[in-house]
Design a protein around this ligand. Structure first.
Ligand SMILES: Nc1ncnc2c1ncn2[C@@H]1O[C@H](COP(=O)(O)OP(=O)(O)O)[C@@H](O)[C@H]1O
Ligand SMILES: [Mg+2]
Length: 373
């Protein structure tokens, strides 16, 4: 049977569940324009998938969407070239010559390029070192200049990474001042290092303060996740008992990525056995198999943590916490609260632990299992 689950690709269409309200809300905001939104939440909860669905539905309604993943933009020079090319491809009229493109820039000298796939793009005749605030400002202005009355949405995934592209809050400062004049273009900022991202938009000293509506993407309701698992099993030609579907969801703490991964593995195990129905013991067996897969990676990871970080990880694997009070710290021999707090801060920034609505826990349920074993 073809496995109906997929944890490696963004979930869209049939393979996408829940999030209907948030999708409808975002869709209507971007259709009417005049909003910028920042959507934050831990990795693997489904931000990029949600936005892929959103983009598909906006494009159907005639809105032009341009998406860029900032994780792939390590330098300002790379960003400027990639951004110009993306915007040009989506927004420039066909047979738009280099002369017309050049008219949008004062400092930058664009060339039209053709890549190996025959796709047109823009690049600039400038040394990487020459790229600075002015050049950034010109290129960020491009979508508004090319929009000519059409509605445009620019999606910048893992937006917090821009902080490394210019010193201080340079990138944010330039971008804020450019985009506040953009009447036809709305911006959707996404990010997983959500403490950093949230600070960018809620700290009153930062350029983006109050410039976008802030939304948190939390987990879907557990019943929705269980119903999705059952429905997909059926569409793949097998079935799963209701208790098994519930067990699957709770075992990996209802995180969409792991729901897909554990469901994939459970489906595979039952199918390979030539059976038609998955029960709770199949879920447990699949879980044990997955927990084993990553041992090597976790061992490697452990080598790089400080002692305080390791102790905190071990503690959180056994007991999630809202507060590291005296009781918690002494139960887990964690020492002074200042030590715990700096370990916590680093682990959150690196995505190993997450804190949502005050509660701290490990981001990866299989890593937690490894630490408990
Ligand atoms: N709404 C959803 N429905 C089904 N699966 C989902 C959903 N959201 C996320 N997933 C699963 O989780 C994985 C990670 O989602 P992704 O959108 O990349 O999360 P994020 O961008 O928050 O890190 C996807 O590849 C998919 O397997
Ligand atoms: Mg993502």
């Amino acid at each position: 049977m073809k496995n109906p689950f997929n944890y490696l690709q963004l979930a869209t269409g049939e393979n996408f569940y829940d999030r209907r309200e948030m999708l409808a809300d975002l869709r209507s905001r971007f259709l009417s324009g005049q909003t910028n939104v920042v959507l934050y939440g831990p990795r693997r909860y489904g931000k990029s998938s949600l936005v892929a669905e959103l983009v598909a539905s906006l494009e159907k309604a005639g809105v032009i969407c341009v998406s860029l993943d900032m994780v792939k933009m390590p330098t300002l020079d790379i960003f400027i070239n990639a951004y110009a090319t993306k915007i040009y491809r989506k927004l420039a009229p066909v047979r738009f010559g280099v002369g017309q493109v050049a008219s949008f820039f004062k400092r930058l000298r664009p060339k039209l390029t053709i890549d190996a796939n025959g796709e047109a793009g823009v690049s600039f005749d400038a040394a990487a070192a020459a790229m600075g605030q002015e050049e950034l400002s010109e290129v960020l202005d491009l979508p508004q200049k090319l929009a000519s009355g059409r509605r445009v949405v620019v999606v910048l995934d893992e937006f917090q990474e821009v902080k490394d592209l210019l010193p201080e809050d340079g990138f944010e400062g330039v971008m804020r001042s450019v985009i506040q004049r953009h009447g036809d273009v709305s911006y959707l900022f996404l990010g997983s290092r959500y403490h950093i991202l949230r600070r960018m938009f809620t700290d009153h000293n930062r350029p983006f303060y109050k410039s976008a509506l802030t939304m948190l993407l939390d987990k879907p309701p557990e019943e929705e996740s269980a119903a999705f698992v059952a429905k997909r099993f059926k569409s793949g030609g097998l079935s799963i008992s209701a208790p098994a579907a519930r067990r699957l969801v709770t075992k990996i703490e209802n995180i969409p990525y792991y729901v897909q991964q554990l469901a994939f593995e459970t489906f595979r195990l039952v199918d390979d056995d030539g059976r038609r129905m998955a029960g709770p013991e199949d879920v447990d067996a699949a879980y044990a198999r997955l927990a084993g897969f990553n041992r090597d990676q976790y061992e490697q990871l452990m080598l790089n943590f400080s002692a305080a970080q390791k102790k905190l990880l071990l503690a959180l694997a056994r007991e999630s916490a809202t507060e590291f009070d005296d009781g918690y710290r002494s139960r887990h021999s964690l020492g002074a609260s200042s030590t715990v707090n700096s370990a916590k801060k680093k682990l959150i920034e690196d995505g190993h632990i997450e804190q949502i609505s005050g509660r701290c826990r490990l981001a990866d349920p299989f890593f937690a299992e490894y630490l408990r074993s």
